[in-house]
Ligand binder design. Structure first.
Ligand SMILES: [Zn+2]
Length: 261
């Protein structure tokens, strides 16, 4: 009698289909990010206008620019609140939809929206305040940069024409900062709101999910399907954070919930 072994076919990870709901909802978060980025870059343009408009031909003129940027920061607060609210609200709407999906799969329904939940409302307000602080940090940091360049330049004996050249790059620096904030914060808010809701229902962690396409970075691909506790975000490629909360990450959290939530 002949004996033989049957080789098992390897499991092909890529063959799994992308989750259509997650993809659609990610697109929505991406739109929120694009909108937020447009708003924040307006501030960077204004910073550039202030620097160019006043001109920096002397240390005194540079200090006047720094003062004008600080004034702009103070005036920016109400506008920043509106921009922050818009982004967080858009993201919360996405989150509510994902939660409805999760609860439907578990045969339960979640009736309340984010804004209505007491404990979550607190996190919501906290996230908004953090955004206002980040938005207003654009002119604040631009002012600090001008001040720093002047004082350091004087100490080191750098010619003022050289210092002025660096100061004039301020608009560009603010633009990169604006883009980075929009990029990082939208995802961070998505995850923070998901965590807030999950924890309010007794969840201790989630399953890391990726978009399952070729663009997923290797370190995140390795996380697909793994359980992560809310209180211990992993460090991948030197960045610590939950799924979706590090720059340019499209991963998302699939919360684990207790049986009787
Ligand atoms: Zn990712």
């Amino acid at each position: 009698m002949m004996s033989f072994t049957t080789k098992r076919a390897p499991v092909v990870d890529e063959a799994r289909e992308r989750d259509p709901v997650a993809t659609a909802e990610w697109d929505r978060a991406r739109r929120a990010e694009v909108q937020y980025s447009i708003q924040l870059r307006k501030i960077a343009r204004h910073v550039a206008d202030i620097i160019k408009g006043l001109g920096v031909d002397s240390p005194e003129a540079a200090e006047a620019v720094a003062e004008a940027l600080r004034r702009y920061e103070r005036l920016l607060h109400p506008w920043a609140k509106t921009a922050a609210r818009r982004m967080v609200t858009e993201v919360a709407a996405r989150n509510d939809k994902l939660w409805r999906k999760v609860s439907a799969e578990m045969g339960r329904s979640i009736k309340t929206t984010f804004a209505e939940e007491h404990g979550i409302g607190e996190r919501y307000r906290q996230l908004m305040a953090e955004q206002v602080n980040l938005i207003t940090s654009i002119p604040r940091e631009a002012a600090e940069r001008v001040h720093h360049l002047v004082t350091q330049g004087v100490v080191k004996g750098v010619r003022f024409t050289e210092i002025a050249k660096e100061i004039e790059r301020g608009g560009e620096v603010s633009k990169s900062r604006a883009t980075l904030i929009a990029r990082t914060e939208t995802g961070r808010v998505v995850t923070a709101l998901c965590q807030a809701r999950a924890e309010s229902l007794g969840s201790t962690g989630y399953t890391w999910r990726t978009m399952k396409d070729a663009q997923v970075r290797p370190s995140h691909k390795a996380m697909e399907g793994r359980f992560v506790a809310w209180d211990s975000p992993p460090t991948l490629d030197k960045l610590t954070g939950h799924a979706g909360s590090v720059p340019a990450c499209r991963c998302y959290c699939e919360p684990s919930l207790p049986k009787n939530f």
